[in-house]
Write a protein that binds this ligand. Structure first.
Ligand SMILES: Nc1ncnc2c1ncn2[C@@H]1O[C@H](COP(=O)(O)OP(=O)(O)OP(=O)(O)O)[C@@H](O)[C@H]1O
Length: 374
């Protein structure tokens, strides 16, 4: 797949250069892909999106569309479509007039405007209320109008900034599926900003996880979830339980040892680990099994969720990174009918090929290769 947008070492500063928000960021976005910028509030997602759109200056570096540097091309000449969280549709124009607005600006022939508008209203499923004014539409319908208006001009890039955040939970889920389907139908390269990790996982071809203006990892949703590049990504995407561990190279079997003596054999010895090295072991809630031996824990809370039971447990002091010492595990009721009582003792064994091992330093980087991915 060819590259549609190339961001090369861009730097963004505010307040006359006093505050650096993006300290030098590079990423390639491929043609036709649904690419999401994901990260906590204030990490610079909107700032980067606005640089791509042409609403923010670029202090250093380049942004290219295909092979063309667009740094100095004004927003209205970049051939982009934009959708924001507050819809930004004209209140005094009907649905149809809103959608055809961009085509009229471009002075297309009347019959072409009609044809294109009708086609896109059908794709976005707003053709039934084309004569209505926005005030008579629900939030979801208004967002569909905004989407239709953005894509009817056939932009080469569609930029969306938290487009679903004003909708209620159920509508958000429906609309994200609709957006995904429409984007696939139309095939526009899309850059999507959200701080909602579930939305990002559900909707994206690839995700860039950002923290403090720096991309921590770029990858497919599944890869980011199963092999997060560092502790931040592991805790930001989904839930992770963090345990203290050490690398043991002197015993007969090279292993990663938990603080209670439970150990997981290593698949490979990699260059950058040493005997006695402290590490952080991360385990997803659904990646524990109840076993004869493992990490001793007591059930402290159980929440019945239909197909699953979510248990909170308290581990022995000092084996987890978390001060509160409680972790979660999920029991799939499709595979068991056993229920655990509050205060009951269990042994939890992490599924060995699903754990991730991170360095115990400020970076908390994934130590690659010690555990093979199952
Ligand atoms: N015009 C501006 N002048 C000064 N600082 C700004 C300006 N715009 C944004 N910032 C700061 O830059 C940082 C990044 O803001 P940005 O809106 O890009 O974050 P975000 O990741 O999109 O967050 P959110 O999810 O809350 O929208 C924030 O600390 C914000 O206060």
């Amino acid at each position: 797949m060819s590259v549609a947008i190339s961001v090369k070492n861009v730097i963004k500063k505010y307040d006359n250069g006093k505050i650096t928000i993006i300290p030098g960021l590079s990423v390639d976005i491929k043609n036709g892909e649904f690419f999401t910028l994901l990260g906590p509030s204030g990490c610079g997602k909107t700032t980067l999106l606005r640089m791509i759109a042409g609403f923010n200056s670029i202090e250093e570096g380049n942004i290219l569309f295909e092979d063309q540097v667009i740094n100095d091309i004004p927003a209205h000449k970049r051939n982009i479509g934009m959708v924001f969280q507050n819809y930004a549709i004209f209140p005094h124009l009907t649905v149809q007039q809103n959608v055809e607005y961009g085509l009229k600006l471009r002075k297309l022939p009347k019959d072409e405007i009609q044809k294109k508008t009708a086609a896109i209203m059908k794709v976005v499923k707003i053709d039934n209320y084309k004569e209505r004014l926005p005030e008579k539409l629900s939030g979801g319908q208004q967002q569909r109008v905004a989407l239709a208006r953005a894509i009817v001009i056939r932009p080469s890039v569609l930029l969306m900034d938290e487009p679903l955040s004003n909708l209620d939970a159920k509508l958000r889920v429906d609309m994200r599926t609709a957006i995904r389907d429409i984007q696939r139908d139309v095939g526009i390269t899309t850059v999507y900003v959200t701080h909602d990790q579930e939305e990002a996982l559900a909707i994206s071809d690839r995700i860039a996880v950002m923290k403090e203006g720096v991309i921590q990892q770029v990858g497919k949703p599944r890869d980011i979830y199963t092999r997060p590049a560092n502790g931040f990504v592991s805790s930001f995407i989904g839930h992770s339980n963090f345990f203290k561990g050490t690398i043991q190279l002197k015993s007969t079997e090279k292993c990663i040892m938990f603080k209670n003596g439970y150990s997981i054999p290593m698949d490979n010895l990699v260059d950058d680990v040493f005997d006695g090295q402290n590490v952080i072991i991360s385990v997803r809630p659904e990646e524990f099994s109840i076993a004869e031996s493992g990490l001793e824990a007591r059930i402290s809370k159980s929440t019945f969720l239909g197909q699953y039971i979510n248990y909170e447990v308290t581990f022995q002091r000092d084996i987890t990174m978390d001060e509160s010492l409680t972790c979660e595990f999920v029991q799939d009721l499709g595979h068991t009918s056993k229920f655990y009582d509050i205060q009951e003792k269990v042994y939890l064994a992490p599924k060995r090929d699903k754990i991730n091992v991170f360095t115990d330093d400020g970076e908390q980087s994934l130590i690659k290769g010690v555990i093979k991915f199952g």
